[in-house]
Design a binder for this molecule. Sequence first.
Ligand SMILES: [Fe+2]
Ligand SMILES: [Fe+2]
Length: 314
Amino acid sequence: MNAVLTESPRSVRYAQVVRISKKSEWQIDRDLLQDRQFDFTRNFLPAGLSWVDTIPFLSKADARLLSQVQGRTYAYIFGLVERFISAKMLDQGRAHALDDQHAMEALVRFTNDELKHQELFRRVEQMIADQMPLGYRQTANPSDVARAVLAASTWAVLALTCHIELFVQSHYVESIVTTADLCPLFKDVFMYHWKDESQHVVLDELEWKDEHRRLSPEQRDQAVDDLIALVGAVDGILQAQSAADTEYFVRIASREFSAAEIADIQRVVLGAYRWQYIITGVRHPHFGKLLASMTTPAQMQRIQSALAPIVANA
Ligand SMILES: [Fe+2]
Ligand SMILES: [Fe+2]
């Protein structure tokens, strides 16, 4: 303990994360799945995230089905983003290999967690797929997305990662844990995920701030443009996936819908996805604080203008 106290406050924070991570370690089968199945008589995603209750012409069963399609996409999208997050954290950990050993250990554990999460979400998606009609489509390939994301500056990738891991907190605390009638296994998947992500955000913040200190004003300005481009790319994925999910839902729902009704469903699903994967992160108070502390007012204005159309149509 004394040895830890003589280290820098920064190193102590990494060491704390390692300690908590070791204490709260869990396994997919032993602790979480335990041979259970998803309960298709219940909602998967809560209405606060799926917005299915804002479509007045859906029967209760069809609203539940749409929450299940969105729940399946939730697993798919997390599996997808964790491909680039784990690759990035491997690089960040490597950069500490010959200095702060607590930092390196924390980031190696972080990488390992995300590999576990990718396996979890692949299996969850497959378990859901086994119980649903054929025809569901994933519109983006995780490795292609990761290659494109990782070409952006480290500052921007860390900002996007921090944003994602903070909205996981909001989703779980504000919507998933507080909704009583959700499928219990679906709820548990996101409880276990949330446990790890609570530690990851501490590391995102340390790494992001560190990177910020390293950059010149010009590099920071370029990094803001990169972040804007990354959010635009995320929105592109959401537009394609919401269209694919609407098409799939309309095909498997209990009745036929008019063209106007289909357009309504599509609008709500895109709005819900923008809410889930962009807006809940941007509106997270801690993310707002961090972003404001690492941008100039003019850069912040540029980010807000880029976000305006996404927020307005949600
Ligand atoms: Fe994760
Ligand atoms: Fe994470």
